[in-house]
Design a protein around this ligand. Sequence first.
Ligand code: ARG
Length: 295
Amino acid sequence: MTIQTVDDLEFDIEDLESMPPPSAVLMTTPGHFDVSYVINPHMQGNIGSIDHEAAAEQWDALRAVYQAIGFDVSVVEGAPGLPDMVFCANQTLPYLTPSGDRGIIASKMHAPERRDEVPHYVRFFTGLGYENLSLPSRVNDFEGSGDALWHPRRRLLYGGYGFRSDVRAYEFISDKLKAPVVLLDLNDPDFYHLDTCLCPLDEETCMIYPDAFDDDGLDLIYEMFDDVIEVPEVEARKHFATNAHCPDERHVIIPENCDETVDVLTEFGFLPIEVDTAEFIKSGGSVFCMKQMYW
Ligand code: ARG
C-alpha cells in the first residue's frame, strides 16, 4: 500500500507492527572519495576541490562518534573510480521481515557514474546471509536509504521520489516488505534525496526542512509524527542539518554550523553531537549519507 495524501491513510501509527531498530553501522572508507562530476547542485564548482587529508580526518572522527556512543562500525573499503562510494546509505535498503529474516533491496542508481557501487554492498550483505531482492525492470531508479526511510520502530516507510528514485519502486517495496509507504514528492533540487530534508529522530519526533515538500507531503509528515521540528533554511540547505542521524533515539549526530537546530534538539531532550563534514558537503552529502544502518 502506498499513501499519497492523508485521505489514503487507513491506519494509526500505533496499529502498525513494531520493528526493532537496526543496531549495526556500516561505513565506507574515503580513500577514493572525490568530486569528479556534478550530479547534484552542491557539487557545482567543487570538482577537484577536496582536501583529502581533511576528509580522512572528518571520516575518522565520525566513525569514532558512532563507536563512542556504543555502535560497532563495519567497513566496506572504497574502490578506485567510485568517488561517491563513501555515501554508503544509497546503494541498498536493508530490511527485517516480520519473521526476523534480513534482506536488502539493491538500488538502481540514477547516475550511471554511481552504478558500479552497488555490487560492493550486495556482496557485503549477502555475505552476512541477507536475502537480495531485486527491483523489477519497470523501475528505473531507486537510491536505497537515501530516499527510503523507516519510521523509528514501526513497519512503515517514507519514500522520497522525483530526483533519484522512481515512484514505481515503492509499490513493489511495500508489497515485498509488508510495509505501507508514505510517498513524498521532492521538488527542490538542493534536497534531491529524502534524507536531506526529513530526519526521523524517534517514534514521535522528526526534523524537516518544510519547503522541500508539497502540501500533501507536509500534511502526511505532520499526521505521522506528534512533534515536527522545522529547521531554518540556511542550516538545512547549506549546512545539512536535516541530514543528521539519530541512531538510538537519543544522540543526534549533526553537521557543524546548525546552532539553532542544536538548541531546539536540546530543548526536546536530545543530545546533539556536532561533527565537521565540510569536505563531504562539497559533494552534497553529510552524516546520514555516510553510513548505512542494518540488523
Ligand atoms: N555526490 C553524491 C550524489 O549526488 C552524494 C550522495 C549523498 N547521499 C545522500 N544520501 N544524500 O549522489
